[in-house]
Design a protein around this ligand. Structure first.
Ligand code: WT7
Length: 648
C-alpha cells in the first residue's frame, strides 16, 4: 500500500471575517454557512433548485438530477438561454443602463458597454452568425484578444445554441489546428491582431496557418482591432464590421434544453494531450451564477475585476457568465500586467475604483518580485475583497496580497476549482469564513469534498491524501468531447461514484482544505510522500526568494532527491552561500526530510500560459534528461534552453 502524503508546514495565522464585511454579507457567519452547507448536503437537489429558480427558464425542469454514474443530467426538461439570463432579464430593471463591461485595451483605449448596449451588440452578432450559416449545435472557435467582442461572440453563440470553444490568444497555429480538428468546428471568430507588451500578436495570421490543408472550417469572421495588414481569403473570410451592415438587432434567445452543450474548453494540459472539457447550459449557469453571488458577494455598486484571459475557464465563469448573470459590472483588460510599467494593475484599480479583484498567485509573486514601490504609487482604497485562483498560494504571497494590496482590511477568497468543475468548489465565503493563508478553507454549498487514502477511505485531520468529490454537482463537466472512455477512466475509475480531482490535499482540525499540488508531482523521499507546495512555500517565505518550484529526481539512497528551482527577487545576487542558506531555511521550516539536495537558481521558471509551473519539464531537467513530450503550452521556450544549460 502506498503511504499517505505527509504534511509538515503548519500555518497558524487566522484572519477573521471583518465585522464590517459580515454585516452586509449574504452569508454573515460561520454558523449560517454551516447550517446551509448541512442542508445542501442532506438535500442537494433542493438547494440547487432554489438557486436555479433565481434564473429565467423558458420552460420549467421536470427533474433536478438524473445520475447514471458517471454521467449526470441537471434540470431535465427545462429550457433556458444563458444569454437571456446574462442580458435580457436585466433590461427591465434599473440595470438596463448600468455598465455591464468596462474595458481597457493595452494601448490605453477604453470602452464601456451598458447592459442595453451589450444586449444589442450580442443580438446583432448572433444574427451575423446566422447569416453565415452557423446553426444550433455547430462548433465555433473564438480566438481573440480580451476585448468586449470576445464576450459578445461567446454570448452570441450561446444565444443561438452554437457551441463555442475559446482558444487562448497566446496559442500557436498548431494548437488552433488541433482544437479545430478535435471539435470539428465550422467557423472561427478572430481579430486581425491583439496587443501584448506593445507588440501586435498576429492572430489572423495564426488562423491562416492553422487552416492550410484539410479543414472543417467554412467561415472566418474577423474583427478589426489593430488595423494591421492581413490576408483575407476570398469566399472564406469576412469582416465583422461589414457583416453588421446586413443585420438588425432583433434576435430572440433560442429556448435550449438544459443539457444543450454550451462550450468546449481545452485544458491547458501541463501533462499530455489537451482534453476538450464539455460544459452544458442549465447546470453550468446555475454553478457560475450562484458561486459568483456568494463567493464574491457582489453588490450593484461593485466594480469587479477578474484579471483572467477569456481563453481560460476563469475567463468564462468569472469574467463573462457568472458576473453578467448577476447583473454585475465586469472589468476586462486586454494586456500584460507590466505594460508599460509594472503598476498597470494598480493604475486600473485606482482609475476605475475597482472594488473586487480576482487574480492568480503567479501574478502576485511577480508583483512581489517587481517591488512594492509600484504599488505604493496608487490609491487602492476602493478595494473591498480580493481573490486568487490557479495554484496553491504560498502563505507569504498571501500575506503580501493581504497587506500591500488589501491594506489589511480586505478578506481574501482563495478559490479552488478546475476547468472540469466549471465553478468554484472550495473557498471561503468572505463574510463567514475565517481565513488561513494558504488554505482554500471549506467546500461550497452542495459540494461533498473529501480527502481519501488509496482505498478510498476518508482520512483523519492533517493526513494527506487524494482530493475527491463524492457526488455530482450542476456545473461539472459532462464528458471529454468525443471521448467518453477517457472521461470515465480519467475522473471516475479509481473510487466508485467519486470524482477524482488529481490533486493532493489534507484537512486540518477545523476541516479546512489545504491543497498540496497535483498528485503526479508528489515526491517520495526516503519513504515519505511530500507535496511540492509546502517546500515551495517554505522557500518563498525567505526574504530573497520570489518564486520556487520543487521536483524529485531519482536518488539511489532515498528513492527521490529534492531539487529546488528558485528565482530571486530583483537586485538579489545569487551565490553558493545563499543556496546553502535556502537549504537550511527549508530544514528549519519543515524538517530535514524536505531539505533540498540541490538548489538551482533560475532566471525564470517554465510555465504554462495560464501561469502554472510545468514541473514535468523541470523533473526531466533535474534528472539530467533532455526534455521530451508536449511543450506546446509552454509560455517562454527560451526558459527551457537556459535551464537545461544550467545558466543562472
Ligand atoms: C488545477 C486546475 C480553476 C481555474 C484555473 C485553473 C490548481 C486551482 C487552486 C487553489 C490550489 C489550485 C489545482 C487544480 N488550483 N485553484 N485555489 N489552490 N490549487 O484551472 O487549469 O483547470 O487547473 O489548478 O491543481 O486541479 P485548471
Amino acid at each position: 500500500m502506498e503511504k499517505n502524503i505527509e504534511s509538515y508546514l503548519i500555518e497558524k495565522r487566522v484572519f477573521k471575517a471583518p465585522r464590517s464585511f459580515a454585516r452586509t454579507a449574504r452569508i454573515p457567519s460561520r454558523a449560517v454557512y454551516e447550517r446551509l452547507y448541512r442542508e445542501s448536503i442532506r438535500q442537494p437537489e433542493k438547494f440547487w433548485a432554489r438557486e436555479a429558480r433565481e434564473l429565467v427558464w423558458q420552460a420549467p425542469w421536470k427533474r433536478v438530477l438524473e445520475w447514471k454514474a458517471p454521467f449526470a443530467k441537471w434540470f431535465i426538461g427545462g429550457r433556458l438561454n444563458i444569454s437571456e439570463n446574462c442580458l435580457d432579464r436585466h433590461l427591465t430593471t434599473a440595470r438596463r443602463n448600468k455598465a455591464a463591461i468596462i474595458w481597457e485595451g493595452e494601448p490605453g483605449d477604453r470602452r464601456t458597454l451598458t447592459y442595453q448596449q451589450l444586449h444589442r451588440e450580442v443580438c446583432r452578432f448572433a444574427n451575423v452568425l446566422k447569416r453565415n450559416k452557423i446553426r444550433k449545435g455547430h462548433r465555433v472557435i473564438i480566438y481573440m484578444p480580451t476585448i468586449p467582442e470576445a464576450a459578445i461572440a461567446m454570448l452570441a453563440c450561446a444565444r443561438i445554441g452554437a457551441v463555442h470553444s475559446v482558444v487562448f490568444g497566446g496559442f500557436s497555429a498548431d494548437s488552433i489546428r488541433d482544437r479545430i480538428a478535435d471539435s470539428g468546428a465550422v467557423a472561427v471568430v478572430t481579430a486581425d491582431g491583439g496587443y501584448r507588451r506593445g507588440a501586435v500578436v498576429p492572430l489572423k495570421k495564426n488562423v491562416d496557418d492553422a487552416l492550410t490543408g484539410e479543414t472543417s472550417i467554412k467561415r472566418v469572421i474577423v474583427f478589426r482591432r489593430t488595423a494591421s495588414d492581413i490576408h483575407m481569403e476570398e469566399g472564406r473570410d469576412v469582416w465583422w464590421h461589414r457583416e453588421l451592415e446586413y443585420v438588425n438587432a432583433d434576435c430572440p434567445a433560442a429556448p435550449l434544453e438544459s443539457e444543450h452543450p454550451l462550450y468546449i474548453l481545452y485544458t491547458s494540459g501541463s501533462t499530455g494531450k489537451p482534453k476538450g472539457i464539455l460544459h452544458t447550459t442549465g447546470g453550468y449557469l446555475v454553478g457560475a451564477y450562484c458561486t459568483t453571488k456568494y463567493v464574491f458577494d457582489l453588490r450593484d455598486e461593485d466594480v469587479y475585476w477578474c484579471t483572467a484571459d477569456v481563453g481560460w475557464v476563469t475567463g468564462h465563469s468569472y469574467v463573462v457568465y457568472g458576473p453578467l448573470a448577476n447583473g454585475a459590472t465586469t472589468l476586462m483588460y486586454e494586456g500584460a500586467p507590466d505594460w508599460p510599467e509594472p503598476d498597470r494593475f494598480w493604475r486600473i484599480i485606482e482609475d476605475y475604483g475597482v472594488s473586487v479583484l480576482y487574480t492568480a498567485p503567479t501574478a502576485i509573486r511577480a508583483f512581489i518580485r517587481w517591488g512594492d514601490a509600484w504599488v505604493r504609487k496608487h490609491d487602492l482604497t476602493s478595494l473591498r475583497l480580493l481573490g486568487t485562483v490557479g495554484e496553491p498560494i504560498n502563505p507569504e504571497a498571501w500575506m503580501w496580497y493581504h497587506e500591500k494590496i488589501g491594506g489589511g482590511r480586505c478578506p481574501i477568497v482563495d478559490t479552488w476549482w478546475q476547468t472540469e468543475t466549471g465553478a468554484i468548489m472550495i473557498s471561503p465565503l468572505p463574510g463567514a469564513t475565517a481565513t488561513k493563508p494558504g488554505s482554500a478553507t471549506l467546500p461550497f454549498f452542495g459540494i461533498d469534498a473529501a480527502v481519501v487514502d488509496e482505498q478510498g477511505e476518508e482520512v483523519g485531520p492533517n493526513v494527506g491524501g487524494k482530493l475527491v468529490i463524492r457526488r455530482p454537482w450542476p456545473s461539472m463537466l459532462r464528458t471529454i468531447y468525443g471521448d467518453k472512455t477517457r472521461y470515465k477512466k480519467q475522473y471516475w475509475s479509481e473510487f466508485k461514484g467519486s470524482y477524482l480531482t488529481g490533486d493532493g490535499a489534507r484537512r486540518d482540525h477545523d476541516g479546512y482544505f489545504w491543497i498540496v499540488g497535483r498528485i503526479d508531482d508528489v515526491l517520495n523521499v526516503a519513504g515519505h510522500r511530500l507535496g511540492t507546495s509546502e517546500i515551495e512555500s517554505a522557500l518563498v517565505s525567505h526574504k530573497h526568494v520570489a518564486e520556487a518550484a520543487v521536483v524529485g529526481r531519482p536518488d539511489e539512497m532515498k528513492g527521490q532527491g529534492v531539487v529546488a528551482f528558485v528565482t530571486l527577487k530583483e537586485n538579489v545576487t545569487a551565490s553558493p552561500s545563499l543556496k546553502e542558506e535556502l537549504r537550511k531555511h527549508v530544514s528549519t521550516h519543515i524538517g530535514a526530510i524536505a531539505k533540498p539536495d540541490e538548489v538551482r537558481f533560475a532566471e525564470a521558471l517554465p510555465k504554462t500560459r495560464s501561469g502554472k509551473i510545468m514541473r514535468r519539464l523541470l523533473k526531466e531537467i533535474a534528472s539530467g534528461r533532455t526534455v521530451t513530450g508536449d511543450t506546446t503550452t509552454l509560455e517562454d521556450f527560451n526558459v527551457l534552453a537556459r535551464l537545461s544549460r544550467g545558466e543562472e
